[in-house]
Design a protein around this ligand. Structure first.
Ligand SMILES: [Zn+2]
Length: 374
């Protein structure tokens, strides 16, 4: 028992030392000891073991006026990497992320996945080529997280429901057969929320991440971990009714938030190209201005409902995330006007992770797990 406890304290300290170095990027032994409240011999012991394993490295010296210059240490970000794959009905995105959660490389291409082996093999070839191009050794890869717009079982292997993708429920196991590293399948909004949490400083907070892409999803993140609910489908804000018997939704029902707040509501007017939509808007298109006005009013209904339920920051992400930044003040005013209670609306937050958030979050699920066990 005592032995076990000593072991766990040792592991705990080693983990803290690694995380501290990762957070600070470049740090001296003295700083680690002082800030983490560890003795110098304990710090040295931890640094030696992390260095021997290849997890950290010396990184020059710090300038000092007196005495010897202190040596700096940093983590080796590429010691292990993870792959993130985001699949949407007509595209795939791949990212390769290091231990800092930084994107080493990414690829986005048109790809309409079908339910046949030729399609799976074509996907496998793309993934293999992407890994090969980056000269990553198989043993460096912690795993591949696959993000999809759908409900996933608690085993992270079985798809329960993914109406917009024609893949079988055991799709993850098909992928697992192709690769020597592990694969898991995850909900896209949860992945994007995890990436957002990683990028932004939401420590010890609960946040809601709203995924406003061609579908509308969401994730409730409690201190960085998605809240699963009873059946692993919490945060499906896109299918909350905001207009009874309103517009037809992709789910087959009527009046869901997705039918009013998805990126398609705007981009469908410009051949599904959001960039073109906003360019034409900036060029003075009156019709587009009215569309945006109505979009923002509907979005405010959704955001207010979410905030009334959970009373926490609501981050606006997905494809729309980057475009909504310019409307932040207006959205905050709209939710202020709609809310029953006094609020400054500052709980509405722009996203920090604009780029490939879902694919990155899928990769981060493996990075987080690895760091937890260092
Ligand atoms: Zn719906």
């Amino acid at each position: 028992m005592v032995q076990e406890r000593r072991q766990s304290v040792k592991q705990y300290n080693r983990n803290r030392v690694f995380r501290f170095i990762a957070a600070r990027k470049r740090v001296s032994k003295q700083e680690i000891a002082t800030e983490l409240g560890l003795s110098l011999p304990t710090t040295t012991q931890n640094l030696n073991s992390l260095r021997e394993e290849g997890l950290i490295t010396e990184n020059g010296t710090f300038e000092s006026q007196v005495g010897r210059k202190a040596r700096a240490v940093s983590i080796v970000p590429g010691f292990r990497v993870a792959v993130g794959l985001d699949i949407t009905p007509h595209h795939i995105s791949l990212v390769l992320a290091d231990l800092n959660g930084d994107i080493i490389d990414h690829l986005r291409k048109s790809f309409t996945i079908a339910s046949d082996e030729a399609s799976y093999l074509a996907l496998r070839d793309d993934i293999e080529a992407f890994i090969r191009k980056n000269q990553i050794r198989p043993e460096q890869i912690l795993g591949m997280g696959i993000s999809i717009p759908g409900i996933i079982a608690f085993d992270h292997e079985t798809i329960v429901e993914a109406d917009t993708l024609p893949v079988p429920n055991h799709f993850c196991r098909i992928m697992q057969k192709y690769f020597s590293f592990p694969c898991r399948i995850l909900n896209d909004a949860s992945c994007a929320g995890v990436a957002e949490f990683w990028r932004n400083d939401y420590e010890n907070q609960t946040i809601v991440y709203l995924l406003l892409s061609n579908t509308v999803g969401g994730a409730i993140l409690i201190n960085g971990a998605p809240y699963a609910g009873m059946t692993n489908r919490s945060g499906e804000f896109g299918h909350m009714t905001i207009v009874p018997d309103g517009r037809h939704c992709s789910c087959g029902r009527y009046g869901c938030a997705e039918a009013y707040c998805s990126a398609l509501v705007l981009s469908s007017h410009t051949d599904n190209n959001l960039e073109t939509f906003f360019r034409e808007l900036d060029n003075g298109n009156r019709e587009f201005k009215d569309l945006v006005d109505r979009y923002l009013e509907n979005l405010a209904i959704l955001i207010n409902n979410v905030n009334l339920s959970l009373d926490c920051p609501v981050v606006l992400g997905g494809y729309m995330g980057a475009y909504l930044k310019r409307y932040l003040d207006r959205i905050r005013r709209l939710v202020r006007e709609r809310c029953t209670f006094v609020t400054d609306g500052l709980y509405v937050q722009p996203c920090a992770c604009e780029f490939e958030a879902a694919a990155l979050g899928a990769a981060i699920s493996y990075i987080e797990e690895f760091i937890k066990n260092i």
